[in-house]
Design a protein around this ligand. Structure first.
Ligand code: GDP
Length: 449
């Protein structure tokens, strides 16, 4: 973090203003070298200065420069932001002179990474920033803002506080063993406190599924045997010709992905190759993939043909859908009814060809995911797969400890396990981390953030 970094922080392109952001110990000194307004160097923090960016004697642009001295800045380092005219030539030229004068080009997310490494934000807040930038709906924006504001972080701190008081209880017990009965009392108490903690974590994990869905979208797969109209349905849903529609059976071999916005829900649609027992190598790869996708999906649209009786293949798929979140879409209702639909559940009748009833699918999905109810909660959710996975590990460990207690595990061993769980919770907020994790996380940010 010795380097002073620079990046164009606004979107690349023509606009009224572009911002070039500089952060690091030499930020002020370097900008001063290329700025016509020499009062800038000794100016107080959080002030704005007018002048020209110069390349030697040549003026590059007329600008306003914000000066923010450490530590009250985004990165906790000295930060300078140059507000230039939003022309690609101008911003590139300013970037170039800053690089010549001693800055290094920032990596994606490096400003946020510094904010994290310098202790200004924790990992859940950093993830919140990324979610905020990427939010596609109003509700995902609100969830991300809560995360940036530290609500997820305090949820984790609360769990750690609970755990800390249980650990303190045990320590009292170990330190004052002369009091009779105290061990038994302590064990009962610890057990009931751990059970409360378990319930709390369980609730957070359940609700987090909502957070993940609202932030990242509902992973939706369209399945059905070949030729029932899956690609046609996908095209109707997304309103563009993204999947190839043909009347030769089994032509949609690769999955096609598309995003669809349904009010506050995002559907990540995946069209699968037709599920069909087959000898064709290419197609059978697609079929295996479809079956796998059913298992990974949050929602399945199972398409069947109104104009045909249910076949063996339909029934195989139906069998695989048992216990899953699915809608049965009976397509081709513009043709004569031949389907024996008594066995089908959660059915919507449509015609992809005639564009009939397609909107009913969206209404049903909104109902199934209970959006109204979600909107009334305070929208504090774990949204990253990373933190969800750690919290699940925490839950398993708490369960293990309770089992141990039941089996008369020595209390000092219980304490060690609880301390490990406390540390594990710390990984969610980034109290301990490895470089690879950070690189992976921050590389998903845009340059300049
Ligand atoms: P997929 O193999 O399941 O993806 O099916 P496609 O979307 O490729 O459609 C197969 C054939 O059925 C094409 O000829 C479509 O035009 C036709 N088709 C799709 N939807 C309908 C519909 O609602 N009514 C009728 N009559 N034909 C349809």
């Amino acid at each position: 973090m010795e380097d002073t970094i620079v990046a164009i922080s606004t979107a690349q392109g023509v606009g009224a203003i572009s911002i070039i952001r500089v952060s690091g110990k030499d930020a002020i000194k370097i900008v001063c070298k290329i700025f016509s307004n020499k009062n800038f160097f000794n100016a107080p923090s959080h002030t704005i200065h007018y002048g020209y960016i110069m390349d030697g004697n040549e003026k590059i642009d007329e600008v306003l420069v914000s000066l923010m001295r450490a530590p009250k800045t985004f990165t906790k380092e000295d930060v300078v932001e140059i507000n230039a005219h939003g022309s690609i030539m101008t911003t590139d030229k300013i970037l170039e002179v800053l690089l010549i004068n001693g800055c290094r080009l920032a990596e994606p997310g490096e400003f946020t990474k510094r904010a994290f490494l310098n202790g200004r934000i924790d990992l859940t807040e950093a993830e919140g920033i990324m979610n905020l930038i990427n939010s596609k709906t109003d509700i995902s924006r609100k969830i991300a803002l809560n995360q940036v504001g530290g609500k997820v972080s305090s949820m984790i701190h609360d769990l750690r506080d609970d755990l800390a008081s249980i650990i303190a209880n045990i320590e009292v017990n170990i330190d004052y063993p002369e009091y009779e009965d105290i061990e038994e009392m302590t064990i009962d108490k610890i057990n009931s406190n751990l059970s409360e903690l378990e319930d709390k974590i369980d609730k957070i994990l359940k609700e987090s599924k909502n957070g993940e869905i609202l932030t990242n979208g509902i992973k939706t797969v369209i399945v059905g045997k070949p030729n029932v109209g899956k690609s046609s349905l996908l095209n109707r849903l997304i309103g563009e010709e993204k999947a190839i529609v043909t009347d030769i059976r089994g032509t949609t071999r690769d999955s096609v992905e598309a995003n669809l916005k349904l009010d506050n829900l995002i559907l990540n649609l995946i069209d699968t190759a037709g599920i069909r027992e087959t000898d064709d190598v290419v197609e059978s790869i697609g079929v295996d993939k479809s079956i796998k996708l059913i298992d990974q999906a949050d929602l399945i649209l199972f398409v069947v043909n109104y104009n045909e009786r249910l076949s063996e293949e339909d029934l195989i798929i139906l069998n695989k859908l048992k216990g899953k979140n699915y809608i049965t879409v009976v397509n081709k209702c513009d043709l004569d009814k031949k389907i024996d639909d008594e066995k089908l559940e959660n059915v919507i009748y449509i015609s992809a060809l005639k564009d009939n009833n397609i909107d009913k699918i969206g209404d049903r999905i909104k109902q199934m995911f209970n959006l109204e109810k979600i909107e009334t909660t305070d929208l504090t959710y774990l949204t990253s797969a990373r933190s969800g996975a750690i919290l699940r590990k925490v839950l398993d460990s708490v369960k293990e400890v309770r089992k141990g207690i039941k089996n008369n595990y020595p209390i000092d061993m219980v304490e060690i396990d609880l301390k490990d769980i406390w540390n594990l919770l710390g990984e969610i907020i980034g109290e301990s981390y490895d470089e690879e994790l950070l690189d992976n996380l921050f590389s998903r940010f845009c340059v300049g953030k």
